[in-house]
Write a protein that binds this ligand. Structure first.
Ligand code: SF4
Ligand code: SF4
Length: 668
């Protein structure tokens, strides 16, 4: 027996050194890949206390994961169960290498209590795993993969827990073990299982043999799993927490400013994986392949080839496939991401509406759009490869400063017959109203602008517009990847803004709102920006507007992506509608942060939709099914897309902007 334990000690020592050494080598390679990429990460390590708090809330608190309650709960059972049972497995490892080691002797009493908790929680892990298997094999949601990776992980984890119980059972039955542990107390579930299986009748020798067999199965599976983690989706076990730590704090986000003026830079955007930054790489490592992003993606949901989950997965595969060249420093030899036969195609890349549903739901805080925007930039700026429909709006913005090509001199014609002051006349105002291209040129948008002007006059607001001085702010061009055009428009607008004195920029368009508020600062334009929904809410609260609560029928609200998920503005439009109409909203099931995109964002407004169902038609059918007679939006692009979708779906729902509702509610 002494010889056996000596042999076991040698074997376990070699196995542990080998497995952990190999694991360390693999981790080192993953770390070196993060260091080998060239891109500059924009993520910060500011506010460390807030970042540590985020780890506790998001990772340990499972707040993101539990947003999908049943799978989230199952994940919590597995996660916390494994956390608790692992120290026992660790003790078994040490004991194998150093037979005299006993945690029970080191921590008398406490270790017995710990073992009893672990013995019970193992059942929870098995319950969580059973649900995971049921979901993947029976429910089979389309966004969940059941590839070899998923199967192996379920096999590994369930083998670990089942063998854990058998180790406990035979440890309990062994008369040899004297570890300072009260086994009767320590293994309530294992004791019950031993009785159920009638194992108490086994001889000491049989108990010993079975114990040793399950010991090797248990530890062998753990060590095998350890080796498998770095090359599987379970890499998220290591990468998720740091990924969350380095995530963007807050909701607002800006497209990364490309240094176009830097003559040392030869390519712009993301052409191959060497141009990722280490935070991007961490995003790829952290993906759990949970499929939540794909489930909520309006493009994936309407039959487009785009899946945000697949983009992350495909880029990870590309990264690993090209990692030898990357680590050898042969960046010029790395193949471009978009090439003949690659998974990320033009149809994938241009299907994105930039709605951020994927980023909002991702439990590990991945930022899918960072990849999409940079890939688009590279295709537009370096390859001149983009959907042909975008050529005309690009030229129109360049020549007439609006995507439709109306004469730039006719920008203020929408208000020639009403009293709307110009900044060039007033020079200094409280509110500079940025009307935007849609509000200035689009027929539907012009009606909304006139309603907004009337509201501002009724409230006695000191405001003015730029009139023909106003320029397209570059949002559409930027989302479409034309960074050069976007930066030109941004700089032109900042130059014009700087001619005047004002407190706040007001806009009725979430796209204008977002770019001026969140992206102009990167170009030196720092402004206090309000969307009309926010400003109207303030005016109503201050009593500067009185309402007559008109009967608008039953109302539902469509949350615009760029107001909601991009800027966390959900309450203001609801409060305005409540104060204006007095009625309670009908909330659609896809509302607020889970709102379904209208299909216009990401410059999709100016592209054809050749593949699958039209996104606006899908949202229109959700609106029609809500039973509301009016749908209110706070975005001119949403209004157009939803209006078209409702006509197509033969619905009887009126589409109105929040300004139109409030204008009517403030008429006496
Ligand atoms: S931003 Fe929206 S459309 Fe684009 S990939 Fe994410 S969920 Fe899909
Ligand atoms: S990117 Fe995020 S949401 Fe999408 S599959 Fe990966 S972990 Fe899940």
């Amino acid at each position: 027996m002494m010889e056996y334990f000596f042999f076991k000690s040698i074997l376990m020592t070699m196995l542990l050194i080998g497995a952990f050494g190999f694991f360390f080598v693999k981790l080192t390679r993953l770390y070196k890949i993060m260091l080998a990429v060239d891109g500059e990460p924009k993520c910060l390590v500011d506010k460390p206390v807030e970042r540590i708090k985020t780890i506790f809330v998001d990772v340990l608190g499972h707040t993101n994961i539990i947003r999908k309650p049943v799978p989230g709960f199952a994940h919590a059972l597995i996660f916390f169960g494994f956390l608790v049972i692992f120290p026992h497995s660790l003790e078994l490892m040490i004991k194998g290498a150093i037979p005299a080691f006993s945690a029970g002797h080191l921590l008398p009493g406490f270790y017995t209590i710990y073992l009893s908790v672990a013995d019970v929680l193992g059942v929870f892990v098995l319950a969580g795993l059973a649900y995971t298997l049921y979901r993947r094999v029976i429910i089979k949601p389309s966004y969940l993969t059941m590839g070899i990776d998923a199967k192996l992980i379920i096999l590994f984890t369930s083998t670990i827990v089942i063998s854990f119980y058998f180790v406990n059972i035979f440890q309990l039955l062994s008369h040899e073990m004297n570890d300072g542990i009260n086994y009767g107390m320590a293994f309530p579930v294992s004791g019950f299982l031993a009785a159920v299986f009638g194992l108490g009748a086994l001889s000491d020798k049989e108990v010993f043999v079975w114990y040793e067999a399950f010991y090797y199965i248990h530890l062998g599976t753990i060590l095998g799993f350890l080796l498998y983690i770095p090359s599987s989706k379970h890499l998220h076990l290591l990468a998720a927490a740091p990924n969350v730590f380095f995530k963007r704090l807050g909701v607002e986000k800006a497209v990364v400013k490309t240094p176009l003026e830097d003559e040392k830079i030869e390519t712009f955007g993301l052409a191959n994986i060497s141009e990722l930054n280490w935070h991007n790489v961490l995003n790829l490592y952290a993906c759990t392949e949970c499929g939540r992003c794909e489930e909520l993606c309006p493009a994936a949901g309407t039959g487009k080839p785009l899946s945000p989950q697949k983009i992350i997965h495909d880029l990870k595969v590309e990264l690993f496939n090209q990692s030898d060249l990357l680590l050898a420093g042969e960046h010029n030899a790395i193949k471009p991401i978009i090439r003949e036969g690659s998974q990320v195609t033009g149809d994938v890349l241009w299907a994105c509406t930039t709605c951020r549903a994927c980023e909002n739901i991702c439990p590990v805080s991945n930022e899918h759009l960072d990849f999409i925007f940079e890939l688009r930039k590279n295709q537009v700026l370096m390859e001149a490869n983009f959907p042909p429909e975008l050529q005309e709006p690009f030229e129109n913005i360049e020549n007439q400063s609006n995507p439709w090509g109306f004469s730039a001199d006719s920008r203020a014609q929408w208000c020639t017959d009403i009293e709307v002051p110009l900044m060039s006349e007033k020079l200094k105002v409280d509110i500079l109203w940025f009307v935007g291209c849609a509000g200035s040129f689009d027929e539907r948008g012009k009606k909304v602008s006139r309603a907004t002007a009337r509201i501002l006059q009724k409230a006695g607001v000191d405001f003015a517009i730029l009139g023909n001085e106003e320029r397209c702010n570059g949002d559409m061009a930027r989302r479409a990847g034309n960074e050069y055009l976007a930066q030109t428009m941004i700089m032109q607008n900042i130059e014009i803004f700087n001619r005047y004195s004002f407190d706040t920029i007001l806009t009725g368009c979430p796209h204008c709102y977002n770019i001026i508020k969140n992206e102009f600062p990167d170009f030196g334009g720092h402004y206090n920006v309000l969307h009309t929904a926010e400003f109207f809410n303030l005016l109503l609260k201050e009593g500067r507007l009185k309402t007559n609560t008109p009967d608008c029928g039953s109302i539902t609200l469509h949350d615009s992506c760029y107001l909601g998920r991009w800027n966390d503005i959900y309450e203001s439009p609801r409060k305005v509608l409540k104060m204006a109409t007095g009625s309670n909203l009908i909330e659609m099931s896809k509302t607020q942060s889970k709102s379904f995109c209208c299909g216009a964002g990401g410059a999709r407004m100016f592209m054809e939709e050749h593949i699958g169902k039209r996104i606006n038609n899908e949202r229109a059918s959700q609106i029609i099914h809500s039973g509301a007679t009016t749908v209110v939006t706070s975005c001119p692009f949403c209004a157009t897309m939803l209006g078209d979708g409702i006509i197509e779906g033969k619905g009887q729902v009126l589409v109105r902007d929040i300004s139109e509702i409030l204008d009517e509610a403030t008429n006496f």
